[in-house]
Design a protein around this ligand. Structure first.
Ligand code: ADP
Length: 255
């Protein structure tokens, strides 16, 4: 690793110390790599059968005329739990890939307005919420289309989860200097200031008891950060407890 110590001209004891340090470092990085590989393999192996199980559950649920209420409820719970687990596995897989540098981005010019309209249409359907888009310009960015969709879906998903159904959600598109600015705004729970820097960490959730019902994994925002930074952009949050949150993503403009 680049961080190895090179102390050729140092006294013997210091050289020995440096050798021991280097040995420890290379063992550590080996075991980190093994851990990443393990997470990646397990996620991959579990995702395939679970996707099949989910497919079967969905197809039984669709033809549910001869099921009792209890059976329907049990199947619906099983379907939503498998869906949740599949998402968790996909997130783990993406993060493991990002850690080992295997997360590739296909950066190309993207018409931001069209992409946001498409994603908002999808999100409105499954969330049954109204999501308003405010855009003063037609904006083109340099991004990986699918990864950008994943980013926006995650942020919209959170805005939906952490705000009351009768409150509005806004997506604001603008540009400043060399950057496009995408803001996802909700008038929901908000996030206390002391937690705002931690929510982008893996598995971090502000309040487990408050969040339990929302069924998240605590990985969404760390994925968002990894993906946005991988596309050369940044993500930040501004929020006040009880008033709502604004997540801001910046990306490079394409001229
Ligand atoms: P989760 O799967 O828990 O939603 P995320 O990584 O997406 O995981 O978010 C981490 C935590 O940040 C959430 O558990 C929640 O406490 C907080 N959070 C994220 N987005 C919002 C939001 N729009 N409003 C309030 N809290 C939020």
């Amino acid at each position: 690793p680049q961080t190895q110590l090179h102390l050729e001209n140092a006294p013997k004891e210091v050289k020995e110390l440096a050798q021991t340090f280097n040995m420890m470092l290379s063992r550590l990085s080996q075991s980190w790599e093994q851990e990443r590989q393990f997470v990646s393999n397990v996620s991959h192996e579990l995702r395939t059968p679970l996707t099949i199980v989910h497919g079967y559950l969905q197809s039984v649920l669709r033809r549910q005329h001869n099921l009792t209420e209890m059976q329907k409820e049990a199947l619906a719970t099983a379907a939503s739990e498998t869906e949740h687990t599949i998402r968790l596995l996909q997130d783990l897989l993406d993060l493991a890939r990002a850690d080992s540098g295997y997360l590739h981005f296909h950066i190309q010019p993207c018409m931001l307005n069209d992409l946001v309209t498409e994603i908002v249409g999808m999100a409105e359907q499954y969330s049954e919420r109204v999501i308003n888009i405010e855009a003063s310009d037609i904006i083109q960015v340099k991004a990986d289309r699918n990864r950008l969709k994943q980013v926006l879906l995650n942020l919209i998903d959170n805005a939906v989860k952490y705000s009351a159904p009768d409150t509005p959600i806004f997506i604001n598109l603008s540009q400043q200097g060399q950057e496009a600015i995408i803001q996802v705004c909700d008038q929901g729970d908000g996030i206390p200031l002391q937690y705002q820097s931690r929510i982008f960490e893996r598995f971090y959730r502000v309040d487990e008891s408050r969040n339990h019902a929302t069924g998240g994994t605590g990985l969404g925002l760390s994925i968002v950060k990894t993906l946005v930074e991988g596309m050369g952009g940044s993500v930040s949050v501004r929020s006040r407890l009880g008033e709502g949150s604004v997540f801001t993503v910046t990306l490079q403009l394409h001229y």
